[in-house]
Design a protein. Structure first.
Length: 361
């Protein structure tokens, strides 16, 4: 999450209940040409990202998605199309539809195949922005399935410098994994392989906050904490997380999600370079296929208890498991509402107004 260092441009915030936001966003996507069901799926996914604390993948995205539809880069009302089906492995084309709908359909196929075969490998290409990738891992974990997801954005999403490089060559390439924990919320690991997700640079810019050191370079390849430098001309680049390790994982995402699916690895000359396309390679496993569900559940519980019992290094601190901070934020925001900064709200209102939707009524 971004550094909360205030600056002179710090914006005011309002708290809005998630159900109200979902309803408002749904109206905007209907006005942008989506059927009711599609509009509901997109709005629920986006506001869910806000609920769990990933504001970079929530309300803030609405105006961008509307622009993408206008530019013909995302097509409303598309469905996942199976291109190659070998039972446990399926290649799906998203036909440049909204990633929220295509992703949900692809993950339903993945769950069905993993139930049939014990595991499944699903290669999804040409989906619109798939949003918060952890949402897909959570969906599968709720069906008692373990999953791994590798994502890239061919072309349009090239924002990240490789380790040792000074300009944009890779996408922010998230990796996610989900582990069912019985009656408890699943363990969900979900992060970009870049030091910071691009949406979080936008959030910091909207809020007038600085980034942390080691997250971005300016347009001359020099380290900076100023989000404006990222959007300047020449543009800056995001650094990979953990140096050569994040850079290597990012290259792996390009290969699995781009080259293996046929959706293309980052390449400014690819046929999808002008679209915001997400490709995703998912491996989905039924624990019953290996040591069995009972052993798996017991052993994971032992592990999580063992890890959690580590003495906190700071007074009042705690060891959190992947997904725990999101579950906490969800509880808090479900009761208090979602904080929306004034820039994000104004941008959303303007996008809605451009489609003759008055969200302030
Ligand atoms: P992040 O840096 O906030 O890391 C989130 C992960 O770290 C989660 O698994 C979380 O549970 C865990 N975590 C956070 N704090 C922790 C703590 N104190 N102890 C233990 N674990 C902790 O995430 P990010 O890299 O900024 O990514 C944000 C979102 O952006 C993700 O949902 C990602 O899928 C999404 N994203 C999507 C795309 C795309 O192309 N669709 C691209 C990049 C990022």
């Amino acid at each position: 999450m971004t550094n909360k260092q205030p600056t002179a441009r710090r914006q005011s915030e309002q708290l809005i209940p998630s159900e109200r936001l979902i309803g408002l966003v749904q109206r905007v996507f209907e006005a942008a040409g989506s059927h009711l069901d599609e509009a509901r799926i997109i709005s629920s996914h986006l506001i869910e990202a806000n609920l769990v604390g990933h504001d970079s993948h929530g309300l803030m995205r609405v105006s961008r998605y509307v622009d993408l539809v206008r530019e013909g880069k995302v097509s409303p009302n598309q469905h996942a199309k199976i291109i190659n089906d070998r039972g446990a492995s399926v290649l799906i084309d998203g036909q440049f539809g909204y990633g929220q709908v295509i992703g949900a359909e692809a993950m339903a196929i993945a769950a069905e195949r993993a139930a049939q075969h014990g595991f499944a490998a699903v290669a999804l290409r040409n989906a619109g922005h798939l949003g918060r990738i952890g949402a897909w891992a959570e969906f599968l974990a709720r069906k008692s399935l373990v999953s791994l997801h590798f994502v890239n954005s061919s072309g349009f999403g090239i924002l990240v410098a490789p380790h040792g490089g000074g300009d944009r060559r890779l996408s922010s390439n998230p990796i996610a994994a989900g582990v069912p924990l019985g009656a408890n919320p699943p363990l969900v690991l979900d992060f970009a392989t870049s030091a910071v997700a691009e949406g979080k640079i936008q959030v910091a810019r909207n809020k007038g906050e600085k980034l942390q050191r080691g997250e971005i370079l300016d347009g001359h390849g020099m380290p900076t904490t100023d989000p404006e430098a990222f959007y300047a001309n020449p543009p800056g680049a995001i650094l990979p997380f953990a140096g050569h390790k994040g850079s290597g994982l990012s290259i792996l995402c390009e290969i699995l999600a781009g080259s293996l699916t046929g959706g293309f690895a980052s390449n400014p000359a690819s046929p999808t370079a002008e679209r915001l396309v997400n490709n995703m390679f998912s491996i989905v496993i039924d624990p019953e296929s290996f040591a069995g569900r009972t052993f798996f559940r017991t052993d994971v519980s032992l592990l999580t208890e063992w890890v959690r019992a580590s003495p906190p290094r700071e007074p009042g601190g705690a060891v959190l498991l992947p997904g725990e901070i999101e579950a906490r934020t969800r509880r808090e925001r479900e009761s208090r509402g979602i904080p929306v900064d004034s820039t994000t709200w104004a941008t959303f209102v303007a996008a809605a107004a451009s489609l003759e939707v008055d969200v302030e009524r």
